[in-house]
Design a protein. Structure first.
Length: 573
């Protein structure tokens, strides 16, 4: 007898020999589970006898737990196998591609796939197999809100209750709503039953319902929208793209998308019964994060009364259905002063109650201003060349202004020599860098400008004029310095010359004469040479150069001089 280390409880293995001759032959293993009790007494439970003739289920369905996984055991797949016998059997699980699943542990990645299990009895090496369908059936759980009392209008911005889920993403939404009208009730208009549903990505769902007592509209608790005027410091700017407008160009009171837009304002119902403490989150535009501030208290318990036909942020429920009321407004455009558009908006809130009607109204002034200049893309800097007059007639490109308010625009181009009252066109510019300014203004005198650097360069070579042949006579001493004016016959440039300079092609007189300078030297070595050349170069103010060649003939016309000896007498003897 020996203890089995892998047994779940206190297990021992008993063996009996068939005969004395064959001590290695064993009877089928009998495993008894021995439980320890007080005072060390032991009691044997029912034996776990490995069955060599095991039979597996054709397919088992396994549901994942809260940890999104499940361990496959032999007792799941073998028919009539006690889970206590799991350690006696071996099991291997393979995925749909025949790859062994580590530790026989399946998870969400195996959901709705067919796996294979293989169970073996080590005692007699017998086995069986079957399929596994992995499922996920844990549904999300809604925290159902209690019954509520809500202010009229708060129903439309009441959020959905929270919910929790195990392994799958889910969505909670309003599934259905029924209303029981309360006619002529002094306090309430409807008993509303709302049913919410939470559905995860695998189709598992949870449902809950609660009742809402909807209060009558309290007209005296309504605050009408603030003035949107220049004097109040809060006009509407026509360039503000958060606003939406109706067919008349009047701003809508409430944006279609409260998360990105803005409105000119709606009446606010200030009432403490707005669902705080309901477990459904604050009244913030159906989860949009927009808190409605009540001007009477400065707190976030205000309910927006949005004009019909549909007044809910995320619902298609008209205000009048829940409140037995309607929110109306009419717009009257007043004469425009300058660039300020004036709209007088008249608000009216009506309640129908017990065959009668109650109402309350207010006036809101709205001013739409244009204080933004048109926008445009400034042309890039560029370079042009001069014409024959050392100037440039440059075609300035037009720009494409955009004015958000559609008030029209004008373009002027200011340049050093004048002002062009057009959107692009020819201008005369001088050599060098010219700063050209584009000035764009709308009809409300909002201006925007930019500057363009136009470089006018002289890229035309100067004209060089020089003698073809020049005769040079040497002076006393056999040298003669000849200046550049001797060779120049009127070189010029339309933009002006910077300098004229000369040099010899070669020399045996003064070595530096092969460099550009104002003069060159000639000497006796140059006499009677037929290949003696001088180069004249003109450089204009733009750095452009041109040159011409002069052939020089050097003459020695100074007669030789001598000193005659004095008379003398010679004795012929």
């Amino acid at each position: 007898m020996k203890r089995i280390a892998t047994c779940i409880e206190v297990c021992w293995e008993f063996m009996a020999s068939l005969s004395k001759r064959d001590k290695s032959a064993m009877l089928p293993i009998l495993i008894f589970t021995l439980l320890a009790f007080n005072a060390g007494n032991l009691r044997a439970q029912s034996p776990c006898v490995p069955d060599c003739d095991i039979q597996c289920e054709d397919q088992i369905n396994v549901s994942l737990d809260q940890s999104c996984e499940a361990t496959i055991t032999p007792a799941m797949g073998v028919i009539n196998l006690d889970p206590a016998c799991n350690p006696v059997y071996d099991i291997v699980v393979y995925d749909e591609n025949g790859i062994e699943v580590p530790n026989d542990l399946v998870d969400l990645s195996h959901r709705n796939t067919i796996l294979t299990f293989h169970v073996t009895t080590p005692a007699c090496s017998n086995s069986c197999s079957g399929d596994i369908l992995v499922e996920y059936k844990l549904r999300p759980k809604i925290t159902c809100p209690p019954d509520l009392t809500l202010s009229c209008g708060a129903l439309n911005i009441l959020g959905v209750p929270p919910a929790v889920g195990a392994c799958a993403g889910f969505e909670v939404f309003l599934f259905s709503e029924t209303r029981e009208p309360l006619l002529c009730d002094d306090d309430y208009t409807n008993i509303i039953t709302r049913t919410y549903k939470a559905v995860d990505e695998f189709g598992n769902e949870d449902v809950c319902s609660h009742q809402i007592m909807l209060e009558r509209l309290k007209l005296n608790d309504i605050i009408f929208p603030d003035q949107r005027t220049v004097a109040a410091g809060d006009p509407i700017r026509c360039s503000d793209d958060r606003y939406e407008y109706d067919q008349n160009g009047f701003p809508l009171p409430w944006p279609m998308d409260p998360t990105t837009g803005s409105g000119s304002g709606v009446p606010i119902l200030c009432d403490p019964f707005t669902g705080s403490g309901t477990g459904m989150g604050p009244i913030t535009g159906s989860g949009t994060g927009i808190t409605i501030i009540c001007p009477l208290t400065g707190s976030g318990n205000g309910v927006p009364l949005i004009p019909g036909p549909f007044t809910g942020v995320d619902t298609n429920i008209p205000t009048q259905v829940g409140c037995s009321a309607v929110v109306l407004y009419t717009d009257l455009e007043l004469p425009q002063i300058g660039c300020v558009r004036k709209i007088m908006r008249t608000w009216e809130v009506r309640e129908w109650w017990c065959n009668g009607e109650n109402s309350r109204g207010g006036i809101q002034m709205i001013e739409i201003i244009d204080d933004q200049a048109p926008e445009f893309v400034c042309p890039s800097d560029f370079t042009v060349t001069t014409n024959d007059d050392c100037a440039a007639s440059v075609e300035m490109p037009p720009v494409s202004p955009v004015d958000d308010c559609g008030n029209g625009f004008s373009v002027k181009i200011d340049y050093p020599l004048g002002l062009l009252q057009e959107n692009g066109g020819p201008v005369e510019l001088q050599t060098g860098n010219n700063i050209v300014e584009y000035i764009v203004a709308d009809d409300c005198y909002n201006t925007r400008s930019c500057t363009v650097n136009v470089m006018v360069r002289d890229r035309t070579e100067p004209v060089t004029i020089c003698d073809q042949d020049v005769d040079v006579n040497l002076g006393f001493g056999g040298m003669n310095e000849v200046f550049k004016e001797t060779f120049d016959e009127g070189s010029w440039d339309e933009c002006g010359l910077d300098r004229i300079e000369i040099r010899r092609m070669d020399t045996l007189c003064v070595a530096s004469d092969t460099l550009w300078g104002d003069s060159v030297y000639f000497c006796c070595s140059d006499v009677d040479r037929t290949d003696l050349m001088v180069v004249l170069r003109a450089v204009d103010l733009g750095g452009n150069t041109n040159q011409c060649m002069i052939r020089v003939h050097v003459h020695d016309k100074i007669p030789p001089s001598m000193t005659c000896p004095t008379d003398m007498t010679l004795d012929c003897r």
